[in-house]
Design a protein. Structure first.
Length: 80
């Protein structure tokens, strides 16, 4: 049995991150930010065409788009 050995004895480096919040929460918050940014950009065009969503409809769209984004790759590859 190997037991617990210091990293130096194993000639290894140890790197790790300790998140300040649960990972799932961070992913959901990022997805909501990306979704809100996207809908803000597209909402501008909708207002120009007099087809803007109500605040409650916008909130529902943000929720739906964020839920979809959580399951996609590249959530952090776009603008902040």
């Amino acid at each position: 049995m190997l037991g617990v050995m210091p990293a130096g004895a194993l000639r290894a480096r140890i790197y790790f991150l300790v998140p300040r919040q649960p990972l799932q929460l961070a992913v959901e918050q990022r997805a909501r930010r990306v979704a809100a940014d996207h809908l803000t950009r597209t909402g501008h065009l909708s207002r120009l065409e007099d087809q803007a969503l109500s605040d409650s409809d916008t909130a529902e769209e943000v929720d739906a788009l964020a839920a979809d984004l959580v399951d996609r790759r590249g959530l952090w590859s776009g603008p902040k």
